[in-house]
Design a protein. Structure first.
Length: 424
């Protein structure tokens, strides 16, 4: 069986193009792509001039199995991903217990494959229990299917432990994903230091904590030669360190979250806890610097940093409330704010949301090329709507975009050529 997507506005991050064309899919893969007369196929999908792009590859999704299934399960996270145009979730190991053994990893893979309609690629912990004392069995975890290693927001404070883990990861060809932060400075912080945090009386952290953490990590990467990805760069002051590392030829990439690209510290307003994330929202100057870094390619990836939290952990005083926001369904419409504002083109957005994450993980997806998996998202970039958090498919509803006016609706999502979501 072959399927022809015709009359589509093709968003191609490889060619950096945005033009009307067609895509023919066969046997779960893209067979051919063209911009003229379309070939024959067994099934034809008329895209009516709407956007057809590679499915989003979202690095850093938290699914709360095992341990906190009441916040999010693979079934609900998979449904949310499909509704948001995310065809591959790269999941975090910050579960209860942490994903730090092949046995736990295999359980997670089995649950994910049973429950989620999209691709699920698990990451494993870098150190046992994410405690920063003893590295995990990286080789065995690689064999069991781990695509990267990370302790998430638990920074490995002992440089000797971290350097050993980086060295071992390099010998195995494994990717290490780290959270650049100086943990002593950032401990207990709920906001970014400055006038706003001072007026609100919130415990704050300087953006220099991120710069200091990144500087340390870059020195250890230079020493070990490891493959390194910074999960979130959120402060302008960290960008020169990242630029130097890349110019020096280190195998380094970096991401940022959609929340840091589209929101700033003032959105917290009068202690709105749905805007409490980690790292905290930054100043507007930082947000604008991040957009430029994505545009130039200095920052490689954009992710949702999907972090479900239940109502009880958010309905607390701002300082005590849990950090994090769900983002699988809001990643694309929030990113389209940057397109509608003229900050980034659609190919530039999908370079950061699909192509670059796939390349960093060694995947064939994220592109509209013959032979690539037919993981696709069809969306209307201009359709307006007001977000109602209670209509989200995630179990947890902690989104900062509740009640926000957004533009851009996912019409259908395809994994290996099969529809896993169609908008009603």
């Amino acid at each position: 069986m072959s399927t022809l997507f015709t009359n589509a506005r093709l968003i191609d991050p490889v060619k950096n193009s945005d033009a009307l064309g067609w895509v023919r899919v066969a046997d779960g893969a893209i067979a051919e792509v063209g911009y003229g007369a379309a070939p024959q196929a067994d099934d034809v999908v008329d895209c009516s001039g709407k956007c057809l792009a590679p499915g989003i590859v979202d690095i850093g999704v938290k699914v709360c199995e095992p341990g906190e299934r009441h916040k999010e399960s693979y079934k609900t996270a998979g449904a949310a991903a499909a509704a948001g145009g995310v065809t591959t979730m790269v999941t975090r190991p910050d579960t209860l217990p942490a994903i730090d053994t092949p046995e736990v990893l295999e359980f997670v893979e089995r649950r994910a494959n049973e429950a989620a309609p999209v691709n699920v690629l698990p990451m494993a912990a870098l150190t046992k229990g994410r405690e920063g004392r003893e590295m995990t069995e990286i080789g065995f975890l690689l064999d069991a299917g781990a695509v990267a290693f990370t302790d998430c927001d638990h920074v490995v404070t002992d440089p000797k432990v971290f350097s050993r883990a980086l060295s071992y990861a390099r010998s195995c060809g494994a990717l290490v994903i780290a959270h650049p932060q100086e943990p002593g400075l950032s401990k207990g912080a709920a906001a970014t230091s400055g006038k706003f945090a001072a007026l609100r009386g919130l415990p704050a952290v300087s953006p220099m904590a991120e710069r200091m953490g990144l500087d340390r990590d870059m020195a250890l990467v230079e020493m070990t030669g490891a493959k390194y990805h910074a999960d979130q760069i959120t402060a302008a002051r960290a960008l020169p360190a990242l630029e130097r590392a890349k110019k020096n030829g280190l195998d380094v990439t970096a991401g940022t979250s959609i929340h840091h690209l589209t929101l700033n510290e003032l959105d917290v307003a009068d202690y709105r806890t749905f805007f409490k994330i980690k790292p905290p929202l930054r100043a507007e100057d930082d947000r604008l610097a991040l957009i430029e870094a994505v545009k130039s390619g200095l920052i490689d990836t954009i992710s949702s940093m999907h972090t479900p939290q239940d109502e009880e952990s958010k309905r607390l005083p701002f300082e005590e409330a849990a950090s994090g926001a769900v983002g699988l369904e809001t990643l694309l419409p929030a990113a389209l704010r940057l397109y509608h504002n003229g900050d980034l083109t659609l190919p530039e957005l999908f370079r950061a949301m699909a192509l670059n994450p796939a390349k960093r993980l060694g995947l064939d997806s994220g592109r509209l090329d013959a032979g690539a998996p037919a993981d696709l998202v069809l969306f209307d970039a201009d359709a307006p709507f007001v977000l109602d958090r209670f209509k989200l498919k995630s179990k947890s509803k902690n989104t900062p975009f509740d009640g926000a006016r957004l533009q851009g609706k996912v019409l259908a999502t395809y994994v290996a050529g099969a529809a896993v979501y169609r908008r009603d």
